[in-house]
Design a protein around this ligand. Structure first.
Ligand code: MSP
Length: 630
């Protein structure tokens, strides 16, 4: 039996769980559910990262002790995963005794082996990231992540001799093309390793930071947060020589976001090597979600928390959207409109309707029992469905080996499409009116029931609640198994119940912001002739820069094909200039020129906004600059 041990990052307890945390956890959950379905010996770990400056500061700001603060937010994560139906086998907290014990053990081992020494370190430190930045990484004297000035700190600290592992690490990664995936992150790390690797400062003086695990060989220091955090993956299994550690550790795989590749791909393998532990089997890196085109951030007020969707549309719908929409490893955009479109098209129409149609047909036309197929009636179209189900299962398997959730779902939905078309072409309700075609009807209904049974298994990792309802409606008890995805396993005579309302369609909003028209005065109508006076054009942004002394304005140079001009737009709080260059936008080309903060603007950029969120309009197909918009 293959063994599969998968971990998520352990999340910091200084923010509530949001879409980004949920995505990584859900994707990992879908993966382990698939491996369990395949019969593997699976272990799935998540948890919270609770030490360090940031958490200590957040606790002080909240007026509570760091432990009380960590307890509260950690519980929020644990409850969130429970309510989302995450099937983790364990939940580790870095403040737990079982974790601290292993961290101290690893530190002692490295100290005894001469892998750690006391040295002096001076460097540019970012309190947000809790790490020092090298000269090369600093952008305009600031932390590239937090855009805040870095502080120069000099102190005595303990160092892990990471530099000595540089050549070994390069070789290790080069020998294993699949160790870090997708490949672009592997290349990034190999690129980084072209420069000399520094030793890693692994302690913080307690005079500066109390909230951490004291070093076993010098309690005037606590352990640097990354050194502490990474060890969670192994500490959660128990003692280093425990049966469970021996069983799972050699099979460990980490799923992480692209923000934390460096500690995982560089510090961690070196730490493991020095401690005499196996290096992870693979590092799977996910992209980042933006919200309506913008970075998700507290200051923009656009942080999406899962209950905003799960409470209305269910866990499955949220899960499905995230897994289907993001090409694993690349960035993706979350928007309410995209969520609704996918929900209605894929879940309400394709899947929900199919399940309701098929179960209703079997209940109404076959007395609620799966009829026996007839060996000779309609052999061709039945074998077509069989082949479609086999294609879906095979492609799902290939896709899941690549962590390509979107591809697995596309393959399953191909099959759903084939079954829907089969209902349309065979028209069982018409067959039922012709008693002499009973054998054909039975064969068709059997094929439909069998298709649903297969879906009730294949869908388990992605929409587990719907999959359970399908299997229950089709009288399939017991734990589902991939090995049951073999056409023809559905026993004639199996009772079938109607399954309705799996994914009720989302009707277009009648209330909410869009309805403000009912309370706000109706805008007076504009004649089409008047509207045509507005010359709307597609334009390409050639250059963008802030307007000096203005918080809101950006000066854009746009191309309208034949000409270039300057347009000033009030979007500086929503877009970084670099994000706009190369973007196609829509502008009012014949607006009277106006001077804004001393810069002449010839035209206006169109953007939509709702509350704090603002989005620039962009054509959704390739259109040349200058193209008319009407
Ligand atoms: N505590 C560290 C990880 C230690 S692992 C030994 C940490 N925590 S975190 O709370 O900041 O979580 C970061 C992770 O959350 C990312 O790696 C990613 O998995 C997920 N995401 C956070 N924001 C995200 C998006 N906007 N989009 C996708 N995932 C994101 O870093």
């Amino acid at each position: 039996m293959p063994t599969f041990y998968l971990t998520t990052p352990i999340y910091y307890v200084n923010a509530r769980p949001h879409l980004g945390h949920a995505y990584t956890t859900i994707a990992a959950d879908a993966m382990v559910r698939y491996r369990r379905l395949a019969g593997d010996d699976v272990r799935f770990l998540t948890g919270t990262d609770e030490h360090g400056d940031n958490i200590a500061r957040a606790a002080t700001a909240a007026g509570v002790s760091p432990q009380a603060y960590a307890d509260e937010i950690s519980a929020t994560f644990r409850e969130m995963w429970k309510s989302l139906g995450i099937s983790n086998d364990d939940f580790i907290r870095t403040t737990e005794a079982r974790h601290k014990k292993i961290v101290r053990e690893v530190l002692q081992k490295l100290w005894d082996a001469g892998e750690i020494y006391l040295g002096t370190y001076g460097g540019h430190y970012c309190f947000g990231c809790e790490r020092f930045y090298t000269e090369k990484e600093i952008v305009d004297g600031k932390c590239p992540d937090h855009q805040r000035p870095l502080e120069w700190i000099e102190e005595q600290n303990y160092f892990f001799k990471m530099s000595k592992y540089q050549d070994w690490l390069i070789g290790y990664i080069k020998d294993r093309p699949d160790l870090i995936q997708p490949g672009r992150y592997r290349n990034e790390i190999l690129g980084f390793l072209r420069d000399p690797l520094q030793d890693l400062s692994i302690s913080r003086p307690r005079t500066r930071l109390e909230w951490g695990i004291p070093l076993p060989f010098d309690d005037k220091y606590v352990t640097y947060v990354w050194f502490d955090a990474l060890i969670n993956y192994v500490s959660a299994l128990g003692d280093l020589d425990s049966e469970r550690t021996r069983r799972y550790w050699p099979h460990v795989r980490h799923m992480i976001g692209k923000d934390i590749v460096k500690p995982h791909a560089i510090y961690w393998p070196c730490m493991l090597k020095a401690a005499g532990l196996d290096v992870f089997r693979e590092l799977r890196v996910t992209g980042y979600w933006t919200i309506e085109g913008q970075k998700m951030s507290k200051s923009l007020g656009n942080v999406v928390e899962p209950p905003a969707y799960t409470s209305k549309y269910g866990n499955d719908a949220f899960r499905y959207f995230l897994l289907r929409e993001m090409v694993f490893g690349l960035d993706a955009d979350f928007s309410d409109a995209a969520f609704r479109t996918r929900f209605n098209a894929d879940l309400a129409n394709d899947l929900g309707n199919l399940v309701s149609r098929v179960t209703t047909l079997i209940v109404n036309l076959a007395g609620g029992k799966v009829p026996a197929p007839d060996a000779v009636a309609r052999p061709d179209d039945v074998s077509g469905l069989k082949a479609a189900s086999e294609r879906a299962a095979a492609e799902t398997d290939r896709a899941m080996a690549d962590f390509a959730f979107h591809r697995a779902l596309a393959a399953i939905w191909e099959f759903i499409g084939a079954v829907n078309r089969y209902v349309d072409t065979t028209q069982p309700w018409a067959l039922a009116k012709q008693p002499e075609r009973r054998a054909e009807l039975d064969t068709v209904l059997y094929a439909l029931g069998e298709s649903l049974r297969v879906l009730g298994v294949l869908l388990v990792p992605f929409v587990p609640e719907a999959a359970t309802r399908i299997r229950e409606g089709l009288g399939q008890p017991g734990a589902p198994r991939l090995s049951e995805v073999v056409w023809g396993r559905l026993a004639p005579g199996t009772p079938v119940a109607k399954i309705a309302g799996l994914f009720p369609r989302i009707e277009e909003k009648k209330e909410g912001p869009a309805a403000s028209a009912t309370t706000a005065p109706e805008p007076s109508h504009v004649s089409i002739a008047d509207f045509r006076k507005v010359d709307l054009r597609v334009a390409e942004v050639i250059a963008a820069e802030p307007v000096p002394k203005s918080k809101k304005l950006l000066k854009l140079t746009v191309s309208l094909g034949a000409e270039q001009r300057t347009i000033v737009a009030g979007i500086a709080e929503h877009y970084a200039p670099a994000d706009l260059v190369g973007k196609k936008v829509v502008v009012v080309a014949n607006l009277e020129p106006a001077k804004l903060m001393g810069v002449e603007s010839k035209g206006m950029l169109l953007a939509g906004s709702a509350g704090p969120v603002l989005g620039v309009l962009s054509p959704d197909r390739e259109l040349p600059p200058g193209a008319k918009v009407s």
